[in-house]
Design a protein around this ligand. Structure first.
Ligand code: AMP
Ligand code: MN
Ligand code: MN
Ligand code: MN
Length: 276
């Protein structure tokens, strides 16, 4: 069985529509899929319809990837198996949507101070739903010739510790975990190695995460080195966390994060889907 519990549609910063994503996952042999767009559940209705009309059986698990902060660091927390119709998800998504809009305005203002006017409108025009994130700013900066590529735009403008990197608007870590739990879901710390923390700082983050009710660790995020998996698996086991895995797929063409294309979780770990 292939479980892919982390991926994105164009309702956040992915390239595919929900139905296209579900079809691609099925073609890649994924058995259980969680779509985890950034701070939105908008893909759910279309994805569920698409799943129901597919000949093969692919099971869809409702999911979300919340943006939050811990100390001064931007952190992502997956909510898996949440009830999309719950009051808690509605409240969480509403709060984060407002936060994202405020943040996008601030990013626009900061870019204007650097002589790049109209970036908010430009980024908003590239948004399929309500999501305006740094990827939309990056694409806009490429479109107006201020950057050579999305990567270049992140490096020069919107990447960590630059103008686009604003984290103070997000709900805090205990709050996002509370929304997830109140919606019947499991909170999983996404891609723990992406924050570039020392081992001891990661352990401190996980202690706070667990104290707030977080229960899972994304041990596998796309294709990663065996020693990274071994190190995260050890941490997961030591702390008694549930193990999760996902591609973090955004768009076709990136072999490191293709749907369903990653190694299986070590079998001694308790998988998060025990709770679905
Ligand atoms: P935001 O939700 O606005 O903070 O945007 C974060 C998203 O930007 C991440 O989920 C990634 O998909 C994307 N991202 C982050 N860093 C880079 C980068 N260096 N190049 C391309 N995309 C990136
Ligand atoms: Mn993303
Ligand atoms: Mn993420
Ligand atoms: Mn993601």
């Amino acid at each position: 069985m292939i479980f892919d519990l982390h991926c994105h549609t164009l309702l956040s910063d992915g390239a595919l529509a929900p139905a296209e994503l579900v079809a691609r996952a099925a073609a890649m042999g994924v058995d259980v899929l969680a779509i985890t767009d950034h701070d939105t559940l908008d893909a759910w209705p279309e994805a569920r319809r698409a799943t129901a009309s597919l000949p093969g059986a692919i099971r869809l698990v409702p999911g979300i990837e919340f943006s939050t902060r811990w100390e001064t660091i931007g952190i992502h927390v997956l909510g898996l198996n949440v009830d999309p119709a719950s009051d808690a998800m509605e409240a969480g998504v509403r709060y984060q949507t407002e936060a994202r809009l405020e943040r996008a305005r601030r990013i626009g203002e900061r870019l204007a101070k650097q002589g790049i006017a109209g970036a908010f409108d430009g980024a908003a025009a590239l948004s399929a739903g309500g999501y305006i994130g740094r990827p939309q700013f990056a694409r806009h900066l490429v479109a107006i010739g201020k950057a050579g590529s999305v990567e270049d735009a992140f490096r020069r403008y919107v990447g960590d510790s630059l103008v686009g990197d604003i984290r103070q608007h997000w709900a805090n870590l205990p709050q996002v975990i509370e929304w997830i739990r109140a919606a019947g879901g499991v909170a999983v710390l996404a891609h723990p190695l992406k924050y570039k923390l020392t081992r001891s700082k990661l352990k401190r983050l996980l202690a706070d995460f667990m104290r707030a009710g977080g229960e899972g660790l994304e041990v596998i995020s796309g294709q990663q080195q065996l020693q990274q998996t071994a190190s995260l698996a050890k941490l997961c086991e030591q702390l008694g966390l549930l193990a999760s895995c996902g591609s973090d797929f955004h768009e076709p063409g990136n072999p490191w994060s293709e749907l369903g294309r990653f190694r299986a979780l070590p079998d001694y770990l308790a998988p998060v889907w025990e709770r679905f």
